[in-house]
Design a protein around this ligand. Structure first.
Ligand code: NAD
Ligand code: UD1
Length: 338
């Protein structure tokens, strides 16, 4: 009995593989290493004393999927594999739709062929577009995404919903992540973005280590308490445990579910800078600049459905998120290549 994890060498995938191995699951990973390094899984093996089986391959390759499903007794699939850069998706829409949408369709067809009928999909709070209200609950309107990345997540959710009507024996859970941050407390695995980070927390930590000079805070004129954008940051290990809970409750409730994974609390950019400075004892050089196109003022989750249906809630504080980010950054100034 094994769990197939697509994209398992990536940021959220590697922390989830670690959590699965720690609780005794057998794990098979398929990852083409397009945005990750095999080193993450070497370190996961070091930390857990257990080895996941890795196939370096593309989820678009149905022959490899067929081989994997025939060689291993897979019960469930967690589908992290996908491209995730908003800016890049605007420049390369076809690549994004092919990887994220076609990749999921190929995976689903091969699951159907193999009789594997449990899927957990990495969705995102981005499917809510510009939030109609906060906190965002799962029955809030979705749509109005402003880039191919966000639209690909919305499309996959729709495809999975349609597919589950046609194949009622399938159990499908879309987990809508809010803003994943942090790293394993060992400082051995963490987020290793390519080039200059787009997201706030990796940017802050690279300013702290001296790789980047100054953080640009995108706007301080939003209708929020201090004028800067507010988000629901969630520790990546809480996110990983959310996947374990989703697996445990896969056979309960409706055959298709969409569930928020967030903390239910919003923090501003300035809150984050201050929490980072406090926990790392460093100074973050920043300046206020224009708003970033496509940004929303505030976004945080109503996380009660996850509590009710999965018995799960995030437990790690913003200070722990910043502490673990800093521990990873200072021990691996160049990510996995250091
Ligand atoms: P990541 O880039 O670190 O991990 C994705 C992994 O998938 C990488 O290891 C990459 O090499 C692999 N991959 C990509 N395309 C592939 C393909 N066609 N075949 C095989 N492997 C492939 O990203 P992450 O932050 O760990 O995100 C995981 C998932 O969660 C993604 O689907 C992402 O869209 C989603 N998500 C992420 C965030 C976030 O802020 N990190 C927020 C919401 C949703
Ligand atoms: C971004 C993506 C979103 C994706 C999410 C997780 C955009 C428009 N949205 O969301 O689709 O699901 O990442 O990967 O890119 N900020 C700064 N300076 C920076 C970086 C960010 O001030 O250098 C601010 C932003 O304006 C925002 C907050 O920090 O208020 C968080 O930004 P970020 O980490 O990029 O996440 P999101 O914008 O929530």
């Amino acid at each position: 009995m094994a769990i197939l994890v697509t994209g398992g060498a990536g940021y959220i995938g590697s922390h989830s593989v670690l959590a699965l191995l720690e609780r005794g699951d057998e794990v098979i990973v398929i990852d083409n290493l397009s945005n990750s390094s095999q080193e993450s899984l070497v370190r996961v093996a070091e930390l857990t004393g257990k080895n996941p089986t890795l196939y370096v391959a593309n989820v678009l390759d149905k022959n490899i999927l067929r081989t994997i499903f025939s060689k291993h007794s897979i019960t469930d699939v967690i589908h992290f594999a996908g491209l995730k850069s908003v800016g890049e998706s605007i420049k390369k829409p076809l690549e994004y739709y092919e990887n994220n949408v076609t990749g999921t369709i190929v995976l689903l067809s091969e699951m159907l062929n193999a009789g594997v009928n449990s899927l957990i999909f990495s969705s995102s709070a981005t499917v809510y577009g510009n939030p109609e209200k906060v906190p965002l609950s799962e029955d809030c309107q979705t749509g109005g995404t402003t880039n191919p990345y966000g639209t690909s997540k919305l499309m996959v959710e729709q495809i999975l919903r349609d597919f589950s009507l046609a194949q009622p024996e399938f159990r499908i859970t879309c987990l809508r992540y809010f803003n994943p941050v942090g790293a394993h407390q060992s400082g051995r695995i963490g987020e290793d973005p390519n080039g200059i980070p787009n997201n706030l927390v990796p940017y802050i930590s690279q300013v702290a280590i001296g790789k980047l000079k100054c953080l640009s805070v995108y706007g301080n004129d939003y209708p929020t308490p201090d004028g800067t954008g507010v988000r629901d940051y969630i520790h990546v290990l809480d996110l990983a445990s959310g996947h374990l809970a989703a697996l445990d409750h896969q056979n309960e409730g409706a055959s298709f579910k969409a569930i928020n994974l967030g903390t239910g609390v919003g923090y501003s950019v300035i809150d984050l800078i201050e929490a980072f400075e406090k926990t790392s004892q460093t100074k973050i050089n920043y300046k206020i600049v224009e708003r970033r196109a496509g940004d929303i003022a505030e976004c945080w989750s109503d996380s009660s459905l996850a509590k009710q249906t999965l018995g799960w809630q995030a437990t790690r504080t913003i200070d722990e998120m910043m502490r673990d980010t800093w521990n990873w950054q200072k021990n691996n100034p160049n990510g996995y290549s250091s």
